[in-house]
Design a protein around this ligand. Structure first.
Ligand SMILES: [Fe+2]
Length: 586
């Protein structure tokens, strides 16, 4: 069974699922290079289909995230007759025509595909389904958790999706059943977004800056009363009217404006940005705990599956874990709206195949990859001096020990917001000022933002207190006190780390580098941050990696089996003068 699924909206994305296996998935932004791209994900759809080698005639189900197929979807697809899709299409076309310039006398009709964009012509027996936004979030969490027949609580929470801001579900035996849901007046995500905008950042994508700043301040309980809903004992007791919301489109992305952002900004000025952020974070943690903990008890379960943008809040995820209310906490590692394509696709698959089991997700390497041969051609075209060491892991570990900032580009690109050793910037965790070096010279971002480690799974308990198997940097844990000074570049000011546990079976080359670094220094982890500069999507193609390398203070670049050093580093690095056989200089 071949399923094509997509999300068209905030963080558009697509995926192809074959017989229940996610074979390709990517956010539109990675291909168009427009951060948070919210346009129709035609590039993502085309790439996914090409990668798995299918044509439009092979597709059995098209699953769209969100209650309704939007107008532009009908521009790109030729839907089969007698489907919900075509009905929506007719309605949408009429509405679109009424809105179009044509009827304003300008002679143009919106949404007409030019000849060079071919429509995806679906078979007559292809099913087209729409999957409600929060159900798609729930499916992304539950059908990747591998819980078998075990009953679990599923929680989905974001700003708003369709008409829901938060929903509680029961998952068991491959079925997802709604317990209760809440609308816009219960949105925790909007409160966080308004506070983010109040601090001068983008509502809908910069919330994690508030989270990064919060540990530098002290909360002031009571100062933000009246700006958020209140939950008590698992239920909403005080809804909040957020007023009208504005949408701002910026280079294909979609951001939001809340009426209360200005008032929150004034409070931030009074309290100071750090204390304000600390109070915002405290409120969010308090409200989410007040909703989730009693519901766990009500359901009689000690496991939870989570998705939706609010679960990018790694500090909340940590708090829930350390509450000791759980034996198992699974957070879908792409919980924002880019992850909806996978959720919609998995929902479609398990609706059609309710007897199939699922396994817990082990990796997110679902994007494009490039062979050495292709990379070498690109390096030669650029006239770059490069080497191809026999012992790549040892060579890279040596460069890390010399404290170089390295662009690391390997294999298939990872889906989701975190770099996981596919498209990463790596550096030694041993020097405190490496945080400032990367912030100032490479990422061009705020100095308070923390960096996180990729840590060999077998050394987990050497570094972390009461941690679990967590491969996706989606939650933080307390770092062992005795390690704070040993790895200062990856321990946040509050003594926490947000790790990626690295297993050899999922990323052998990355594992080997960390192991080689550990053998040289005694610390089996490295600093890992996403391979991009502030405001840009993570690099996808080798050419983008090279561009980022030369546009920043990165000192070395590892592309597949090849190592490139900046000219001044080449001068300093004596090993570089002894290029390995096969190395080129053009
Ligand atoms: Fe969402």
């Amino acid at each position: 069974m071949i399923i094509l699924a997509f999300n068209y909206g905030h963080d558009s994305s697509a995926c192809v699922i074959i017989d229940g296996e996610i074979r390709a998935a990517i956010a539109e932004e990675r291909l168009t290079r427009a951060k948070n791209d919210a346009t129709f994900p035609i590039n993502a759809i085309q790439w996914c289909m090409e990668w798995v080698g299918i044509t439009d005639r092979d597709i059995d189900i098209v699953a769209s995230a969100g209650r309704n197929l939007r107008l532009d979807a009908h521009s790109f697809f030729e839907f089969p007759p007698s489907t919900l899709g075509v009905m929506n299409g007719l309605k949408s076309r009429i509405k679109g025509a009424i809105r179009s310039n044509y009827f304003r006398g300008l002679g143009a009709i919106d949404g007409v595909l030019p000849l060079y964009c071919e429509k995806i012509k679906l078979r007559h027996d292809c099913k087209v389904i729409s999957v409600e936004h929060h159900l798609a979030h729930a499916a992304s969490a539950y059908y990747t958790a591998g819980l078998g027949d075990q009953k679990t609580l599923i929680v989905t929470m974001d700003g708003i999706g369709d008409v829901t801001s938060c929903a509680l579900w029961r998952g068991q035996n491959n079925k997802i059943e709604l317990i209760r849901s809440y609308g816009a007046d219960s949105s925790i995500g909007w409160f966080y977004g308004n506070a983010t905008e109040g601090l001068g950042w983008r509502h809908g994508s910069d919330e994690w800056k508030v989270m990064g700043l919060a540990p530098y301040g002290n909360p002031h309980p009571g100062t933000l009363d009246g700006f958020h809903p209140v939950f008590v004992d698992g239920k909403l007791v005080k809804p909040h009217d957020y007023g009208r919301f504005g949408i701002w489109r910026d280079h294909g992305s979609q951001h939001f404006h809340g009426q209360e952002a200005a008032a929150l900004g004034q409070i931030a000025e009074k309290l100071g940005r750090e204390d304000f952020s600390a109070e915002v974070q405290r409120v969010v943690e308090e409200q989410m705990m007040a909703l989730i903990l009693p519901t766990l008890r009500e359901e009689g379960v000690r496991s939870v599956c989570c998705s939706g943008g609010c679960f990018l809040n790694v500090k909340f995820n940590q708090k829930l874990w350390y509450s000791r209310a759980l034996d198992d906490q699974w957070i879908y590692p792409d919980p924002g709206d880019a992850g909806l394509a996978v959720g919609a696709g998995l929902h479609a698959y398990y609706q059609a195949n309710p007897g199939q089991s699922n396994k817990r997700l082990r990796d997110l390497y679902w994007g494009p990859s490039y062979e050495d041969q292709e990379i070498e051609i690109i390096l030669k075209e650029r006239g770059l001096v490069f080497e191809k060491p026999d012992d790549l892991a040892g060579r890279v570990a040596d460069l890390l020990v010399k404290n170089y900032a390295i662009g690391w580009f390997q294999g298939r690109m990872e889906a989701g917001p975190r770099a996981l050793g596919g498209r990463s910037i790596i550096m030694s965790p041993l020097h405190a000022d490496n945080k400032d070096r990367i912030n100032a010279k490479v990422k061009y971002r705020e100095s308070f933002r923390p960096f996180c480690p990729s840590l060999l799974a077998e050394y987990r308990d050497t570094y972390l207190n009461n941690a679990r198997d967590e491969r996706f940097m989606i939650t933080s844990f307390e770092a062992k006190e005795e390690k704070h000074n040993a790895i200062p570049a990856v321990v946040h000011v509050d003594g926490t780390v947000r790790p990626q546990l690295v297993y050899r079976e999922t990323n052998p080359r990355y594992h080997d580098v960390i192991k080689a670094f550990g053998d040289r220094t005694g610390e089996y982890l490295i600093l890992n941050t996403s391979f991009n500069v502030k405001g840009e999507p993570i690099v996808c193609h080798p050419r983008e990696a090279i561009k980022c390398f030369f546009d920043t203070g990165l000192e070395a670049l590892v592309l597949g089996s090849y190592v490139v050093l900046k000219p001044d580093i080449q001068m300093r690095d004596s090993e570089c003068t002894a290029l390995q056989p096969g190395a080129q200089s053009m």
